[in-house]
Design a protein. Structure first.
Length: 298
């Protein structure tokens, strides 16, 4: 299969990821207020574990248990659980296009955490991109008196927590396989949400029960689509297509919830998109430079 065909398929899988992710968030927004975040995450995790079980079974569970960094796995489980809860809260309480726009700041938080925690060396282009991305957030949220509303704050917290989880995963993959990292996260979130459900579980109505099932299936399927995209093209090629989520969110918000993004949301989103594309291109250039140096030294 030639490179162009592989990339075409990667784009297709990214569009599928975007559609399924947006579908899951839109349906979460239609849930009754009595369905709390714990019930939602637990239901989502049950479906996720069920879908991932054949993969772990085929590879052998004993392989995935082996780790010398259990404490970091536990920390990542907490980060992923909290990030999921914040993400669902944001999409349920904010206009869906606005929540999706805030969601684009994820790579900015990940880069910032890599600088602070992993001591990664950063070029001036990345610093400019980070500053530009921060400016895009300020354009969107337009904080009055230095205050940000709860929904926006939770959405930003979701990206911060997700960034920390990614940094933890990067550290873990130095010693553990990606299957081991996925194994602990998948079952860990199920256990954490299951324990919390003992106190906070609210039995959903039949209409909400099928919605929770669809959210779980769409969530797991979206991860599958993203992984398929990464198999067929480098992350530097795939990442910019995450912005198709905005293309999906705007019509969904308009037709399902009568929501229209204002000019500040659109302007801020465009600024953030430019910033993250700058980060992506900077990473690609750095990787190509490293490969060139490796060839010359070989």
């Amino acid at each position: 299969m030639n490179l162009q065909h592989c990339r075409f398929r990667a784009v297709f899988w990214m569009f599928m990821w975007s559609a399924l992710f947006s579908l899951a968030m839109a349906i979460a927004k239609t849930l009754d207020d009595s369905v709390n975040q714990v019930s939602l995450i637990f239901s989502r995790s049950v479906v996720g574990v069920t879908a991932a079980m054949p993969l772990f079974w085929q590879a052998g569970f004993k392989v995935h248990f082996g780790t010398s960094r259990l404490s970091l796995h536990l920390l990542r489980i907490i980060l992923v659980s909290c990030s999921m809860g914040c993400t669902y809260y944001a999409y349920r309480h904010l206009p869906i296009a606005y929540a999706a726009s805030i969601g684009q700041t994820g790579p900015l938080f990940t880069t910032l955490m890599a600088i602070l925690l992993l001591r990664e060396r950063v070029s001036w282009i990345k610093w400019v991109a980070l500053a530009l991305g921060y400016g895009g957030v300020m354009i969107m949220v337009r904080p009055s008196d230095g205050m940000i509303d709860i929904g926006t704050g939770v959405a930003l917290a979701a990206n911060l927590l997700a960034g920390l989880a990614i940094i933890a995963a990067k550290s873990l993959t130095r010693t553990d396989s990606s299957e081991t990292v996925l194994f602990y996260a998948t079952f860990g979130v199920l256990i954490v949400s299951g324990i919390l459900a003992l106190w906070f579980w609210e039995t959903p109505s039949p209409s909400d029960l099928w919605r929770l099932s669809v959210i779980g299936i769409a969530g797991v399927s979206s991860q599958y689509c993203y992984l398929n995209a990464l198999k067929r093209a480098p992350a530097s090629f795939v990442t910019p297509f995450e912005y198709t989520r905005l293309c999906m969110s705007i019509p969904i918000g308009y037709f399902m919830f009568a929501e229209s993004p204002d000019r500040w949301t659109i302007m801020g989103s465009l600024v953030i998109i430019v910033a993250v594309i700058m980060l992506t291109l900077s990473d690609r250039d750095a990787q190509e430079k490293q490969k060139l140096e490796e060839r010359e030294s070989a």
